[in-house]
Structure formats: C-alpha cells, structure tokens
Design a protein around this ligand. Structure first.
Ligand SMILES: Nc1nc2c(ncn2[C@@H]2O[C@H](COP(=O)(O)OP(=O)(O)OP(=O)(O)O)[C@@H](O)[C@H]2O)c(=O)[nH]1
Ligand SMILES: [Mg+2]
Length: 396
C-alpha cells in the first residue's frame, strides 16, 4: 500500500533543572554556589529523505517523543542535552498543525523542520551569584517541551504529471519515456497508487513525471477511485493529458477530465498541458482533435504500442515544461514551495525557581491553570512551599 497520509503526535523534551548546590571543601566553612545548568530538552525534527517513497514508515507508531534534558549537578556540572528525535519523511510531505494551518512543506531533498522544540535547561545557582548576593539559594527549573498533533500529507514533487481517463495509456506512456515500470493492463483502474518516473533527454537533462490513477466523470463525488490522488498533481508544473485517440471521441474525453480538474481545485485547471493522443496504431486516419485552448501548449499523436511519436513527445516535454523556480527566489517559491518555518521556541512570562524551601515563582503569571501546569512540570508535590511575590502557599 501507498500511504500518503499519516497522523502523529510529536513531543519535545523538557529542559533539565538547574542545580541548587554549594561547594563543600574541607576547611572551607561556607563554599560558594556551584550548581550547574540543566541540559536542553531534545527537539523533534522532520527531514525530507529521498529514499522514502511514502509515509508508511510512520504509520505503525503514533507518539514520537524526544528525551528530556539532564539536571545540573554540583561542581557546576551541566546536565546532558536530551537526545533529539529525527523522523525521515518522503520529499513533498506537507505538515499541518493542531489548528489545521500549514506548518511546513518539505518539498526539497534534505529540507528540515523542527516540529517540537525542546525546552531550555534551567540555570544553576552558580549563575546567580553577584557581589551583593553571594549565596543564591535558588536555581531555575527547566522549561517545558511542546506537544503537537500533526497531520502529514505527501504531495509528490514532479515536474510533470499524467492525467487522463482509465485505460488511456498513461502507465504505458510512462514505461515508454522513463525508467519506471508501472503495471499496464487492459482494464480500467490498473494504477492504484502514484508512480514517479525519471525521463532523460539525450543531453543529460532530467524530468520527473508522475503517473496517477485514472479519473472518471464524477470523481469529485467519489466515483471510481475519487480524486484525492490529484494532490499528487498539485506541484507539477505541466500536465500531460493522455487521451485514447483511437476513435473520434477525443474532444469529449478532454472535456470530461478538464471538468474534474476544475472541481478538484488547487489551480489544476489552469496548468499548462500537453495533450497526447495515444493508440495511433489502431486508427490510420483518426478524427482531428479540435479543442482550442490557450492552456494547450502542444498536441502529440503517439502510439505507446509501436513507439511512433514518442521521441517527438519527449523533446516537447523538455522544451515546454516550465522551468522550476530558482532555489532562493522566495517570491516564486512561496507559498507553493515553502519548506521551512521553524516553530517558535516556548516562551513564558514567568520562571519557576527551586529554592531550599520549595519553589519560587517570579515574573507575571497569566493564569492559575498555567501556573499549576508549570509547577507540576517542575515536579511539585503535596506539602511543598510555593512563594509567589510576598505570599507563601503550601501545595495541595
Ligand atoms: N493498441 C494500443 N494499445 C495501447 C497503447 N497504449 C496502451 N495501450 C493498451 O491500453 C491498455 C491500458 O493501458 P494502461 O497504460 O494500463 O492505461 P492507464 O491509462 O495507465 O490505465 P489506468 O491505470 O487504469 O488508469 C493496455 O491494455 C495497454 O496495452 C497503444 O498505443 N496502442
Ligand atoms: Mg495506469
């Protein structure tokens, strides 16, 4: 099975706590503060890996959690950073967050995005020593990690994509022009999952072409295989509309597919097209194709069975496929090729310090709920003292 969707939960590590510690040496009655800092919590990062075909490797598991940072220790010992988690996803994976908004689009090989940022480590009390405060009796606790529910959706990245009715000969064409060997058979819906092929020109240029399942009238209402797989056409800059041209019905077939492209949306009905009238071997004298449309850059009559017209079509593909946007040309790339938007680091308007009596809260606390969550995260227990401003409370 080809899985182009997955739902996962990612959780970054909490930062380790800073240590509250004083130097103890023989014959030194009152050593200075020497509590080290806590380590950073681990991040969860997605990386676009060209070796992956689809999202099936993420489907067995739901939660991906990075490790928490280690606590600081005495003698200014720093806690270890929490081990990060790196998840490989196929190139073309789009990530949507809890609120349904696009978080990131890993459209290029090696693109990375941090989807859950590890919490910062707390500072140990050694860092709070000043000439006027030589024995700071507090240390910061670590910052919390983040947890997000994400939906991953693969949209294949191809230069061109084949579209057409079942049995038109799309897979036969991909076999003819590329290194891919999708299944071909004389019944509709032979192709059940998208296949990518690489087409090479004599001078060494390459184009990737996607073959997707056939579309039929009503696909937008779920007829046939539906049209969800048209997501794999969204990034293609050129559509190759394959039509069985062996009888006089090519114009009607063109219109049927065109309607489905428009109903799907995402601008598919505005893409430039090459129309391929296939199965030329079956009719020596075919009816003309008479659709006149500015999107149609060229019409080619071919036979995937005999190879007639295939070389000319390949040349046209290289000549007519619109150039890829330049890497770094943000205006051309965004929003379609957006591939990195870092999640903002967790920020808080207050901090929680560990003291030798319990906890102390400093800064502006937005709500009781938030404070409670933060104190729980810092490991508070029943009966422990919490100082907030001049107030002293006992945790229940
Ligand atoms: N005579 C002839 N038959 C062809 C030609 N191209 C494809 N076919 C046949 O048409 C049938 C369908 O071909 P496919 O390539 O599987 O068609 P498809 O468009 O990929 O079909 P789906 O995957 O079902 O959407 C097969 O039996 C092919 O052998 C051609 O140029 N001439
Ligand atoms: Mg096919």
């Amino acid at each position: 099975m080809f899985h182009d969707r997955a739902r996962i939960v990612v959780r970054s590590g909490r930062g380790g706590d800073g240590a509250l510690s004083f130097r103890r040496e023989k014959y030194v009655p009152r050593g200075g503060p020497d509590g080290g800092d806590g380590g950073r919590g681990g991040d969860v990062t997605l990386v676009a890996d060209p070796a992956l075909r689809d999202l099936s490797s993420l489907r067995g598991r739901r939660l991906f959690a990075a490790a928490r940072g280690g606590n600081g220790g005495g003698s200014r010992k720093h806690g270890a950073d929490g081990a990060p988690v790196e998840l490989a996803v196929p190139v073309g994976t789009q990530v949507t967050g809890d609120d349904g908004g696009l978080v990131s689009d890993l459209a290029r090989v090696g693109a990375r995005v941090v989807v859950a940022r590890g919490g910062g480590g707390g500072r140990g009390n050694a860092r709070f020593a000043t000439p006027t405060r030589q024995t700071p009796r507090f240390a910061e606790t670590g910052m919390p990690g983040e947890e997000h529910a994400l939906e991953l959706r693969l949209k294949l990245v191809a230069d061109a994509a084949l579209a057409g009715l079942p049995n038109a000969g799309k897979s036969s064409l991909l076999r003819r022009i590329s290194n891919a060997t999708p299944k071909v058979a004389d019944y509709p819906f032979t192709t059940l999952q998208p296949v990518l092929g690489t087409v090479e020109s004599p001078d060494g240029a390459q184009l990737t072409v996607a073959d997707v399942p056939g579309l039929i009238e009503g696909a937008s209402d779920g007829v046939g295989l539906g049209h969800a797989f048209l997501a794999h056409l969204e990034r293609a800059r050129l559509l190759v509309h394959v039509i069985d041209g062996s009888d006089g019905d090519a114009d009607t077939r063109f219109a049927t597919i065109d309607r489905e492209l428009a109903l799907y949306g995402a601008g598919l009905d505005e893409r430039p097209q090459i129309v391929v009238l296939n199965k030329a071997d079956l009719t020596p004298d075919p009816a003309p194709f008479s659709v006149d449309d500015a999107r149609i850059l060229a019409v080619h009559r071919v036979s995937c069975a005999t190879g007639v017209g295939i070389q000319e079509l390949k040349r046209a593909l290289f000549a007519l496929c619109p150039a890829a946007p330049e890497v770094g040309d943000e205006e051309a790339e965004l929003p379609e090729f957006l591939d990195y938007r870092p999640a903002p680091p967790a920020r808080r308007s207050f901090r929680i310090l560990r003291t030798d009596r319990g906890f102390r809260v400093v800064g502006a606390v937005p709500s009781d709920d938030e404070l409670e969550e933060a104190l729980r995260g810092a490991g508070i227990r029943r009966g422990v003292l919490v100082e907030i401003g001049d107030e002293e409370l006992e945790w229940e």
